[in-house]
Design a protein around this ligand. Structure first.
Ligand code: PEP
Ligand code: MG
Length: 324
């Protein structure tokens, strides 16, 4: 499939009416990195660091993490890599950590909640990231931020770690950007000041959708019941776009839907300008974007909502068939 899209690999993801969309890839293991060149991705929009913790049978040492992140940055040769701090708990349980028995793990002690309550591992990871960057730019984002205070607390951990590294005489990154994943509806309604302060926002559409519709992403019975192109969900996403725009905060979308061409097109139509997806999706998404007029899609979406459609998908599909 990658072969099929080779001819557009080095071409921009630009719509017929001249809107450029930045296409990034999701990764998590060293083995994913060669795809950065093959796919034509502009960078790594989501590096799921927990994967490297999940494939081991004991907690990695800080020195091992430094070596690992250094190799990741080397392999990216200058392209931006957004490292997401450990997203464990819920469906991702480390074999060497005591599992906590929770009735609703998806709503439980996970991700940044663990990181803030038991900061040892998070501090080690932040230190490893700072050391690995060693004079290069560093991008870090925190998963599952549900309220402003959690971002502030995590940010304070980063600042403390930076100060410590400086005292120890380590070279700091050339620049550091700290972002938050927006994966719970609550964060979309945070004070505007959150959007002013945060370095960037990345929408974790998989979790955001599961919590918005109260439909377990792992449960086959309900998983596909609610369409991503449901008008209610699009309204939520649009609100996030507006709030980030108002603060001049960079926004991306990194859930699986970013890699589905029709979904990606609609995300672009409602204002998303950066999408991060599995590498194999970049060709198909770029191909559709390059054949479409975004202004027309925006109009189709507007009309579908005006009519009271539940999802904009049927109307968008009909439009796509009409243009061939
Ligand atoms: C998401 O929730 O959309 C996301 C990108 O993170 P993960 O799939 O790893 O939970
Ligand atoms: Mg998530």
């Amino acid at each position: 499939a990658q072969q099929r899209y080779a001819s557009i690999r080095d071409k921009p993801a630009e719509t017929l009416d001249g809107v450029s969309i930045s296409l990034l890839m999701n990764a998590g293991l060293m083995a994913d990195l060669p795809s950065l060149d093959d796919s034509g991705a502009e960078g790594v929009g989501l590096f799921r660091t927990e994967l490297q913790f999940l494939v081991r049978n004991k907690m990695p040492k800080r020195s091992e993490l430094v070596a690992l992140y250094d190799r990741v940055l080397d392999a990216a040769h200058g392209k931006r890599v957004v490292f997401r701090t450990l997203d464990i708990g819920s469906d991702k349980v480390l074999p060497y950590m005591k599992p906590n028995d929770e009735p609703n793990p998806a709503l439980g002690w996970r991700a940044i909640r663990v990181g803030l309550d038991k900061p040892g591992v998070m501090r080690m990871q932040l230190q490893a990231l700072l050391r690995a960057a060693n004079g290069r730019p560093l991008s870090v984002m925190f998963p599952f931020v549900a309220q402003f205070e959690e971002y502030r607390a995590a940010r304070a951990e980063v600042d403390k770690t930076i100060a410590r590294e400086e005292r120890l005489g380590h070279t700091l990154p050339e620049s550091i950007e700290i972002g938050a994943m927006l994966e719970t509806p609550s964060l979309a309604f945070a004070p505007q000041k959150f959007f002013d302060e945060v370095g960037f926002v990345s929408i974790g559409g998989n979790d955001l959708k599961q919590f918005f519709f109260a439909a377990d992403r792992e449960n086959e019975r309900v998983r596909r019941r609610y369409d991503t192109l449901n008008v209610s969900f699009l309204s939520l996403l649009e609100q996030i776009v507006e709030r980030c725009d108002r603060s001049g905060t960079p926004l991306s979308f990194c859930g699986e839907d970013a890699g589905r061409p029709v979904e990606a097109l609609c995300l672009a139509a409602i204002g998303l300008r950066t999408l991060s997806m599995r590498p194999a999706s970049i060709g198909p998404v770029k191909s559709l974007l390059r054949r479409t007029n975004l202004g027309e899609v925006r109009k189709i979406i507007f009309d579908a909502r005006h009519r009271g459609d539940q999802s904009v998908r049927p109307a968008v599909m009909e439009y796509l068939r009409s243009i061939g």
